[in-house]
Design a protein around this ligand. Structure first.
Ligand SMILES: Cc1cc2nc3c(=O)[nH]c(=O)nc-3n(C[C@H](O)[C@H](O)[C@H](O)COP(=O)(O)OP(=O)(O)OC[C@H]3O[C@@H](n4cnc5c(N)ncnc54)[C@H](O)[C@@H]3O)c2cc1C
Length: 416
């Protein structure tokens, strides 16, 4: 039997859920199809920071030289597994062409528009619906061990302030006074008081609750296998639970999106950027706010319910093994900056595939070639941070409302 709904959303991560909630609130009837369990993809074990301060893209001038140095070390923050993969090489080539001041500036503005709006929407949602997701608005502290790295960051602060990012430069003494969980002798830091954090698995569970309460149907263990098209429209979807029909179809499958796009006849330049995390029970003397250990690119997040080290970026295709060297690197990095190593029960070792575009901008809006096909994907390292603005923007575009932000920079047409 074919099941029908007004909107079919494919993918039940933080992005699919935010879109489901906002579209249902906008008066459309939504059914969301998730191949596994809701929130089991990249949205599960990430670091949960909400960071307008991360407006700058990965492609900045000088990053290629740094990446080449890192590539020689299998436990470095960035690792590219050597293998024959023309799609990855094309991606890296396009990425390298973006490492210039002009592209970096325009991406920074486009990312900040999403991040800043989303940060406000998430806090509003959390407070309005008393979401149980350990939201904290104490900012994020970037910490430097190397004075040269600290000085480079201090020098970049005026540019960040220009676009509206508030930043406080902390010297070693201020760090020692305000963050007792850190070792003595660090070079300094930068506090971004506008950043926030939450526990991502709980946020996802709460978004699913809100979506269901609003009337969405969330279907688990329902993988999309293929699409049926007629005269430029999707007229049906084949799934592991039988055929489905929708007036509109929205793809929100994160790092898996290129596979579905290929079936639909277009290419999406998204690579899985694999990251890792380790989660412990709550610690005795946790940091007061999330920390970014800058030279090691490791994020430390402490909630009342747990403690997590996360990050690293590995381009190894859809490899699903837990790489011990990269997990160990997280703990080693923490040992370099923090007074006490994490102790007690280790609850989870995890990896997730970030959906990375080479311009570090998500892909939001109409898909090429079909009147009723939409995309919300490619959020890279910041899908949680950008979740609510993505939901609101897609609801605006799909219901012909005034868009909350200018959608032009995120259009899929930039790759055509
Ligand atoms: C280590 C790490 C740390 C991170 N830290 C942060 C952070 O601090 N702050 C932040 O903002 N972001 C962070 N991120 C990034 C963030 O996790 C991602 O950007 C975000 O989760 C992407 O969400 P998504 O919904 O697009 O993808 P996903 O959560 O991966 O969801 C996609 C879903 O689609 C489903 N799917 C795939 N194919 C099909 C199909 N054929 N049919 C049906 N369903 C399908 C999958 O099962 C999956 O559940 C981090 C990521 C990692 C890996």
């Amino acid at each position: 039997m074919t099941r029908s709904s007004e909107i079919l959303i494919v993918g039940g991560g933080v992005i699919g859920l935010a879109c489901a909630y906002e579209l249902q609130r906008a008066g459309r009837q939504v059914r969301m199809l998730e191949a596994g369990r809701i929130g089991s993809g990249s949205s599960h074990g990430n670091c949960g920071t909400l960071t307008p301060s991360h407006a700058e893209p990965l492609a900045v001038p000088g990053v290629i030289a740094k990446a080449l140095r890192w590539m020689l070390k299998p436990d470095a923050p960035l690792y590219i597994a050597p293998r024959f993969d023309p799609a990855l090489w094309r991606w890296l080539w396009n990425f390298s062409r973006r490492c210039n001041a002009r592209d970096c500036r325009s991406a920074t503005h486009a990312r900040y528009a999403l991040l800043d709006t989303s940060r406000a929407l998430i806090e509003q949602l959390v407070r309005e619906h008393s979401l149980d997701c350990e939201f904290a608005d104490d900012g994020v502290l970037h910490v430097f061990a190397d004075p040269r790295e600290r000085d480079a960051m201090f020098a970049a602060l005026p540019q960040l302030r220009e676009i509206g990012i508030v930043a406080e430069a902390w010297d070693a003494a201020t760090i020692a006074m305000n963050e007792p969980s850190l070792r003595e002798g660090l070079a300094g830091g930068v506090l971004f008081p506008g950043d926030a954090s939450l526990r991502p698995d709980r946020y996802v569970a709460e978004l699913a609750r809100l979506a269901r309460e609003a009337g969405c149907e969330l279907v688990e263990d329902c993988a999309v296998l293929g699409f049926r098209r007629e005269r430029g429209r999707i007229v049906g979807i084949d799934t592991t639970q039988g055929p489905q029909r929708g007036v509109d179809v929205l793809i929100a499958t994160g790092a898996w999106s290129p596979m579905l796009a290929r079936q639909l006849g277009f290419a999406l330049p998204i690579q899985p950027g694999k990251g890792y995390s380790i989660t412990w029970d709550a610690q005795r003397a946790p940091p007061r706010r999330p920390l970014a250990l800058k030279e090691r690119s490791v994020c430390v997040t402490a909630w009342g319910s747990g403690f997590r080290l996360g990050s690293t970026m590995e381009f190894s295709g859809y490899d699903s093994t837990l790489n011990r060297a990269r997990l160990d690197a997280l703990e080693r990095a923490a040992g370099e900056y923090m007074r006490e190593p994490p102790t007690g029960a280790r609850r989870e070792e995890w990896y997730g595939w970030r959906p990375m575009t080479w311009d570090d901008l998500p892909i939001l809006g109409r898909a090429p070639g079909s009147d009723n096909l939409w995309l919300a994907t490619g959020h890279g390292m910041l899908g949680v941070s950008m979740s609510m603005v993505t939901g609101r923007l897609l609801a605006d575009l799909m219901t012909a409302r005034e868009p909350i932000v200018d959608p032009a920079p995120y259009s899929a047409m930039r790759f055509q």
